[in-house]
Design a binder for this molecule. Structure first.
Ligand code: ADP
Length: 436
């Protein structure tokens, strides 16, 4: 410690220089007395006194300055030390604050247990996941008494007895809601410190993803199975009929062909859906006029419409409707909406395509005089594989993926899609896309 030595040397600089002065005065008096006794003239005594006085004054002043410097040095060192301690304290305070706010904000629950099951720390997520009121102070309470879960209590006991990390899955019921939890109990700290760290993770989301994955696999298997079963049946019939009834064989070959086309369409739609779900990273954003994809789509679908005697109207706006988006995605949206309108509009109907200014967005509307969609189905038509008419797994029927592609693309483009419809009267689909 540098401070101890500095204190002894430099604590009383005035006293040190006073000593030097007193000692000097002593010498001065001694010299005066000696010179007087030796009968020196009074002017010589005065002369010697003046010289000695100057020397003493100089020495006293030098000693005072040296002491003052030592004192300044000592003060500076002390200040530096104080500053260093202040910085250390501030750093520690900041670190504690960061750790606390991380623990408070964490989505996972964290619990620290001391000896004998005593709660040292429990973050808000742990309380929420375990169904404990957030206002309840849990510190110092017994964990196993507060959370009565036999499986968890067994895991804690095993971890305390040194059986290593314990992993378990629990379902906790709270507020009429069953929450699946993944829990891990680890021993932490030194061996003499029998402390445990419990982490709790909410598995609801991953259970939902898993359920969605299972549903998707079931849906896709069903969608593929139907045309494949038809192809198998037709192929067997062709085999039987090929010699006796070549006309029937050729009819069934055509059925096989159309089922193959349906399979091809299904796979193509699924690949398009996967691309639509890939998000903005797969998009090439640019400023594009809505007229371009609409005209392109009308060109490719006009023959389908004229085959059903359906009129297609598109009235462009006076000013160009420029949106910010991916041209290919917007063309896919227009194609899906216009082709649906053509497919679900009976012969001699009409389809109106229009654009309108909707504040910070441009709206593209496709309105038909088709079969319409009931209120109940309007809520579900954007779901993957959802078809209003379930019989339409016929070869010409839709795949139920088109509107799901539209919904995904529109949300990636930061837009929205709406539907309004009256069964038997027609439907109107409107897509709103951000202005450039
Ligand atoms: P699909 O390939 O079956 O047309 P979509 O996802 O495009 O798949 O549409 C889902 C369902 O919504 C369709 O099966 C159909 O029942 C209904 N639908 C879509 N567009 C229209 C429309 N313009 N008029 C009536 N019904 C429609």
């Amino acid at each position: 410690m540098p401070s101890e030595r500095s204190t002894k040397q430099g604590d009383h600089p005035r006293e040190d220089s006073l000593l030097v002065a007193l000692r000097g005065i002593g010498w001065l008096v001694f010299a005066s007395v000696l010179l007087t006794l030796l009968n020196f003239s009074s002017s010589a005594v005065v002369g010697v006194n003046v010289v000695l006085g100057l020397i003493i004054g100089h020495r006293t002043y030098s000693s005072f300055l040296a002491q003052q410097l030592r004192l300044d040095d000592f003060r500076r060192k002390h200040l530096e030390e104080i500053q260093e301690w202040q910085e250390r304290w501030q750093r520690l305070h900041r670190e504690t604050q960061d750790t606390t706010s991380a623990l408070v904000r964490m989505r996972d629950g964290v619990i620290m247990l001391g000896e004998n099951d005593q709660i040292l720390l429990m973050n808000p997520a742990a309380k929420r996941l375990l169904g404990i009121s957030e206002s309840l102070n849990m510190v110092d309470r017994s964990f196993r008494e507060m959370v009565r879960q036999p499986e968890l209590s067994r895991a804690i006991k095993a971890a305390y007895s040194g059986d290593g990390s314990q992993k378990l899955k629990l379902e906790i019921q709270h507020d009429n809601h069953v929450r699946p939890l993944k829990i891990r109990v680890d021993h932490f700290g030194s061996l003499s410190n029998n402390h445990l760290l419990i982490t709790v993770r909410d598995e609801t989301e991953s259970h939902q993803v898993e359920a969605m994955r299972r549903e998707f696999v079931a849906n896709i298997s069903h969608e593929l199975k139907t045309p494949l079963a038809a192809i198998k049946g037709y192929a067997e019939t062709v085999e039987l009929a090929i010699n006796d009834d070549p006309e029937a064989a050729s009819h069934f070959m055509k059925q096989i062909q159309s089922q193959c086309l349906r399979l091809e369409r299904l796979i193509e739609d699924m690949m398009q859906l996967a691309r639509a779900q890939a998000g903005p990273s797969r998009m090439n954003f640019s400023n594009i006029s809505l007229e371009e994809p609409i005209n392109e789509s009308l060109k490719s679908l006009s023959h389908l419409a004229s085959a059903k005697n359906i009129e297609l109207h598109f009235t462009a706006l006076d000013q160009p409707a420029i949106v910010r988006g991916d041209p290919e995605a917007i063309l896919t949206i227009a194609n899906n909406l216009i082709s649906n309108a053509v497919r679900y509009t009976p012969e001699k109907g009409s389809i109106k395509i229009s654009c309108r200014d909707a504040g910070n967005k441009w709206a593209l509307a496709v309105e038909d005089t088709g079969i319409g969609i009931g209120m109940k189905d309007q809520k579900r038509i954007f779901e993957r594989f959802y078809r209003v008419d379930k019989r339409s797994d016929s070869p010409d029927g839709g795949t139920g993926i088109g509107l799901s592609i539209v919904k995904n693309l529109v949300s990636t483009l930061d837009g929205e899609v709406r539907v309004s419809s009256l069964p038997g009267k027609g439907s109107k689909f409107e897509v709103l896309l951000p202005k450039a």
